[in-house]
Write a protein that binds this ligand. Sequence first.
Ligand code: NAI
Length: 721
Amino acid sequence: MLSAMSEAPPAPFRLEVDSDNIVWLIFDTPGSRANVLGAPALDSLQNCLTELESRIATGYPVAVVLWSAKRDSFIVGADIKEIAAVDDAEDGREKSAQVQRVFRRLEQLAVPTIAAIDGICLGGGAELALACDWRIGSDSPRTRLGLPEVRLGLIPGFGGSVRLPRLIGMRRSLSMILTAKSISAKTALDYGLLDRMLPAEGFRTAVAATVADIVLRRITPGEPRRSLWDRLLEGTTYGRHLIFSKARARVEETSGGHYPAPMTAIDVVAESIQLPLEDALAREAEAAGRLAATSVCKNLVRVFNLGQAAKKALPAEVAGEAVEVGKVAVIGAGVMGGGIAELLAAHDIPVILKDIDPRALDAGLRHANDLLRQAAKRGIFSAAAARRKAALIQGTLAYDSFEDVDFVIEAIIERLPVKKVVLREAEQALPEHAVFATNTSALSVTKLSAGSGRPGQVVGMHFFNPVHKMPLVEIIRTDTSSTAAAATAFRLAKRLGKTPVLVADRTGFIVNRLLAPYLNEAGFLLEDGADVAEIDGALTEFGMPMGPCRLLDEVGFDIVEHVAQEMVRAFGERMRPSRALGILTSEGRLGKKNKRGFYSYSRRGASVDRNTVRSLSFGAAAAGSVAPDDIVDRCLLPSVNEAMHALEDGVASGAGDVDLAMVMGAGFPPFRGGMLAWADRRGAGAVRDRLIELQERHGERFAPAPALNRAADEGGALAAV
Ligand code: NAI
């Protein structure tokens, strides 16, 4: 017993020699479902390399195969905790250089090295594979290769930025590095990133046979498939100049100057391609180290970790109570219902889409089919798969096929009495175990469930528009919702590829509640004489994907007004909107949907519609322009303040969920690390002082929340609440 306790944990890497004298370098992170390249793995890899170097010096083995012992997963990447721990640029450079040295030893082994990739191969894992002489992939749909580092504010820093362009060319490398998207084994084979693709069934045996061919020099490495145009581009100075200048222009347009990693990646690829390998690696390490120490990287890592934590928010014993979902009914075939039906079908879940209006039903089915076709065009699945998935959606005007439905998502108009009727109708037709989730924007799920025969099975599931793009789903649990119902909704959201955040049933949940003061303030700013372009410009400059006026256009003035009324009823005067929306809706101006918003839209983009602004004419009260900093603070600090009210009301389990929800549901810029984390960098005291100043100038809606006051008094952090 004692000796068992004192045994060292198994090493992440081990060597196995087969009867053909091939060494299998096996990666098997102990106690984890996936292989992660952290310090323990690298130490262990170094030990294996030392042994391999001495064995090779004495004449065997004949080849080394890098192999993962994990099912469906090769290597998922570097250890993010270690990236987050980088202190400064020099520390980051040294860490990157250390790993590069280990990979270089693998590269310099005097026998052929082969990475055999079956399953996901990302980041540091892909870089390790790049240091091998050969890469063989399985044809499993789970085999995907990618370099997602820019998502964390980094560049591939373990040799990937250097080796990938030398292998597959600059244009494709930049596309992989800048989009951070992974590619299938088939695409990797076309790119020349894989040398061979072998059937997933019997992969190990097929790899061994191919390695024997490699050793006997019976086969040659794969060649990238390149068009004439590609060869011209890659092979001439002018062509290369064109590749890099196009990439730079695209990055400038999309990053708004807030994300340094993509531009650095372009610089490193452009410079290192001309340098000898060692110098190129040094250049890469310097750039990777510099990026790892930036606040942008730290902030992106924080948001990434929040997303990972949210997905694991259900304790295993609770998750176990979830009901198996085989078939789903979506009631209401409008903008949201059509989108949700598509999302379910895209994930191979049979759907009944129900409406009361045949034309609305047709439109909803068309919307879902169009989205599936678009996904096929973008290469997410094949055209044949899109047709198969479309056939999973069955439209109906009645409840006659509800008897084997396990889960309902109701997405009809936002009116409580109508939603109540639909809930009761559905319950008549549903089996006992079915869960009913309402996709409401701001209605009380508790009030809705009060009319239910089985309130335990009623929850909220708040999707965001457009459903296929927005990553967040708020899962609303009432005091009477059962754990099983909440767990079922949570698991379904995850199965649909979304990030679920559990919230309590308070008006507006997290996102709409925090967006309300933000959108309201745009109206007050207009009253004070700020211009639409100034308001939206200040917030897009801050990093929001669109300004509040543009967002008002997208959501629709009538909807925002309706939600605002709910907010005032629930939270009082601080949520009262400005006069602007009332004036606009009374004139029949509803936003983008009836082409009468703050902007007019054409193929060339959106431009401010002066008629809308003129119709507001607040006259003498409109005093002229407002400084950009004032605009940002007036829109965002009430949101921060409302987050403190909401946390005190127990809406979310913690500040991390608020920050995540605002990034994923409202587009708060991820490079700022979350709304409360952003406020913390100014300090709770400074935020409170600024709110008091705004309160004195503009009114009680800026009065600091009690929880904010407490944090300011105690010198605490808002993001730690
Ligand atoms: P919509 O107006 O586009 O669609 C509503 C659909 O429900 C229509 O097709 C209508 O015919 C149908 N309907 C009405 N009464 C019905 C009944 N008794 N039985 C079956 N179908 C019925 O509305 P939208 O925008 O899709 O919104 C639906 C729900 O989703 C609302 O509760 C809304 O607050 C919520 N929501 C909307 C978002 C948005 O951006 N549009 C975002 C998140 C939630």
